[in-house]
Design a protein around this ligand. Structure first.
Ligand code: ADP
Length: 391
């Protein structure tokens, strides 16, 4: 039964995880799950907030992922339980309403609602969700959930979507149903990942290029354990400021500006909007450079590009929280670090370091020690590798 989840490397941990999920399924619904789907979280190695500006992002779909174990039903009822939230939802595919109470329900309901709008045949199911992507920490647990769920409906319905199309439909589910105005980055990462690789995504034409990271560089995610606080509308505000800058400078998106263009038009912008634009233009330009530096093991360039990205995030885009500053100091003080920066939208959550592969364990021990001493909170530190997209 478990062998349907073919690409998972069957480590002791993944077997134990599958057993726990199966056990939960039996308790919840009786009997065994009939199919399994998974989709990865992601970490951006370069390109903060560049996706909605139609720029470039270097993204790594990661080996932390969301699994769904499901069994088809004869009727159109969907019964779903998340082991992460100890929460359940139930709805009929014939009438999918938005839920006012719990946010997670709108992710669960949004995906079939959008697939249905596309005229795809949907079948009811009982399903258990389990994720190792930390929720609300900047590693895209929401996109992993959406893309794994779309994959469940794909298997149940007996049709297939191209990964790009699946990503776009899941993005629509998040925009239109969950009400989060996200760009395409997260869903593309969750659908198009390849084992061991990063992806360079052009957010305007949605083309991707595979990027190989030199073997002796490890990607290490460092969780500040401070929840992102985006409730104040900071994400929407940054987005609006970028749109305002692009409109005043007469371009469709900030993607269309070279650093020189910005210097010429800067006097037309308020100081805040000018700083936002400056960050995005420089950040997008750093993406290709970091891709080259990581494949070519150019450590000096990795350090300089990550430092530029973090300084811009702090001073120009203002998305760095005090916990992130503390974590940055701990990462930069640890053995083997080549570069470190923010991840996701910022405002807390996870950060990312590029580390000399031979020193990953020493790096990890040092960050745990120094961050715990500074904050009295033990951070979670995960070395990650590139993972396959939803399947
Ligand atoms: P992230 O960066 O993790 O995507 P978001 O705030 O955009 O952060 O989305 C996280 C939300 O997605 C959660 O609050 C929850 O509503 C939903 N979600 C993601 N994964 C799960 C899961 N495994 N079980 C239940 N809900 C989930």
């Amino acid at each position: 039964m478990l062998s349907t989840l073919q690409s998972v490397e069957w480590t002791v941990d993944s077997r134990a995880r599958a057993r726990r999920i199966t056990e939960q399924f039996r308790q919840e619904f009786g009997g065994e799950p009939a199919l399994w789907a998974r989709a990865p979280g992601r970490v951006d190695l370069m390109g903060s907030h560049t996706d909605y500006n139609l720029g470039f992002v270097l993204t790594l779909p990661i080996s932390k992922d969301t699994w769904i174990a499901a069994r088809p039903r004869e009727d159109d009822l969907v019964r779903m339980r998340s082991m992460n939230l100890s929460a359940a939802d139930e709805f009929h595919l014939g009438q999918i309403d938005r839920a006012d109470d719990a946010k997670w329900r709108n992710y669960i309901r949004g995906v079939p609602a959008i697939l249905r709008q596309e005229g795809l045949a949907l079948k009811g199911c009982d399903a258990i969700v389990h994720s190792t992507v930390p929720l609300e920490s900047g590693l895209s647990s929401s996109a992993a959930l959406e893309c794994a769920l779309a994959t469940v409906f794909e298997a149940l319905g007996g049709w297939r979507l191209l990964p790009q199309r699946k990503a776009q439909l899941c993005q629509r589910a998040e925009n239109e149903f969950a009400g989060v105005n996200c760009g395409i980055l997260d869903q593309y990462s969750a659908c198009l990942g390849l084992d061991g690789c990063a992806l360079l995504l052009d957010c305007r034409n949605l083309s991707t290029r595979t990027v190989h990271i030199a073997e002796n560089i490890h990607v290490v995610i460092c969780n500040t354990m401070s929840r992102r606080r985006l409730s104040g509308g900071e994400y929407a505000q940054r987005r609006a400021e970028c749109e305002q800058g692009a409109a005043i400078l007469g371009v469709k998106a900030l993607r269309d500006l070279a650093p020189g263009d910005l210097a010429a038009g800067r006097h037309q912008l308020s100081d805040t909007v000018a700083r936002r634009c400056e960050f995005i233009v420089a950040e997008s330009a750093r993406v290709e450079l970091l891709a080259q530096a990581l494949s070519g093991d150019d450590r000096k360039a990795v350090a300089a590009l990550c430092a530029g990205s973090f300084a811009g995030a702090k001073d120009l885009y203002e998305i760095v929280s005090p916990a992130m500053e503390t974590m940055m100091a701990c990462m930069l003080g640890a053995p083997g670090v080549l570069g470190a920066r923010q991840a996701g939208a910022g405002f807390g959550g996870c950060m990312v370091a590029l580390v000399d592969a031979a020193q990953t364990s020493a790096f990890r021990a040092s960050v745990i020690d120094s961050y715990s001493r500074s904050t009295q909170k033990a951070p979670e530190i995960w070395p990650v590798t590139g993972a396959r997209g939803a399947e």
